[in-house]
Design a binder for this molecule. Structure first.
Ligand code: DC
Length: 247
């Protein structure tokens, strides 16, 4: 087993797997970084936001958000029957989100779901269910999970915690371009408004609000390239492994 600190994949393969928690605001590139890290380290990437999006889709499809207001009692009654899992999609080569036996990966990325997700994400019972599922998925370590409460609630003992941020206008433009690229219909003003609303909702909700864990490393990527961001994150992982990876 190598003793030398390195950022090469072979080094990571030889040391004990750790947990990497990535939190931060909407649309600041958490999933891009998480996927890069997971691929480099040979870890599993888990998108916790996809789970909240799947619950939002369930609510929309089952008439539980009439007029944009959540039927909370209805959701709580239905909660046990909501099955969310991830499955490898051979068509795309990536993991896809499944809701009650159906691949919903495309649908959960649209604006309608983005607009409904903050109806369900503050509900403590929804959070408890999804946090439990996330903890089960990450129990074996060797995972990179991104979200809002991963370093604070889901894996407070994660060896590496990253907290990502970027200026709101930078994030809105990125999200807008991403939606256009995916062929999803969107207008810039509603993307900006949605990001502002989700920032507010994520940081002010009573249950598990978005906040930086005390031991998280902050990465503001407003003015740095994706390569530079990846380099910094990998350095942070290598530092931790040099301390704990050889036990
Ligand atoms: O990361 P995302 O934008 O796909 O997340 C969708 C929504 O889910 C977001 O508005 C906040 C919520 N979320 C959450 O409350 N906790 C998480 N761990 C992940 C996402």
């Amino acid at each position: 087993m190598p003793r030398r600190r390195s950022t090469e994949p072979a080094y990571f393969a030889a040391v004990n797997a750790i947990t990497i928690a990535i939190d931060g605001y909407s649309s600041c590139g958490k999933s891009t970084l998480a996927k890069q890290l997971a691929a480099h380290l040979g870890y599993t990437y888990i998108d916790s936001g996809a789970m909240y999006r799947a619950v939002a889709l369930f609510v929309m499809e089952n008439g539980l958000a009439p007029g944009g207001t959540l039927d909370r009692a209805g959701l709580l009654r239905a909660l046990d029957g909501i099955d969310i899992r991830f499955q490898h999609d051979p068509m795309t080569g990536h993991s896809a989100t499944w809701l009650n036996g159906r691949n919903v990966e495309q649908e959960i990325r649209g604006m309608a779901v983005s607009q409904h997700v903050t109806l369900v994400s503050p509900v403590p019972e929804v959070r408890a269910k999804l946090v439990r599922l996330q903890q089960e998925l990450g129990a074996g370590k060797g995972v990179v999970m991104d979200g809002r409460d991963i370093g604070t609630v889901v894996f407070p003992d994660a060896e590496v915690k990253l907290f990502m941020t970027a200026r709101p206008e930078v994030r809105a433009e990125r999200r807008y371009q991403e939606l256009l690229q995916k062929g999803i219909d969107a207008d810039r003003e509603s993307v900006i408004a949605n990001i502002a609303q989700r920032d507010l909702d994520d940081t002010t909700r009573a249950a598990d609000p978005l906040r930086k864990a005390d031991d998280a490393i902050v990465i503001d990527n407003s003015d740095i390239s994706a390569e530079e961001q990846f380099r910094r994150a990998l350095e942070a992982v290598a530092d931790v492994l040099a301390r704990v990876g050889h036990e």
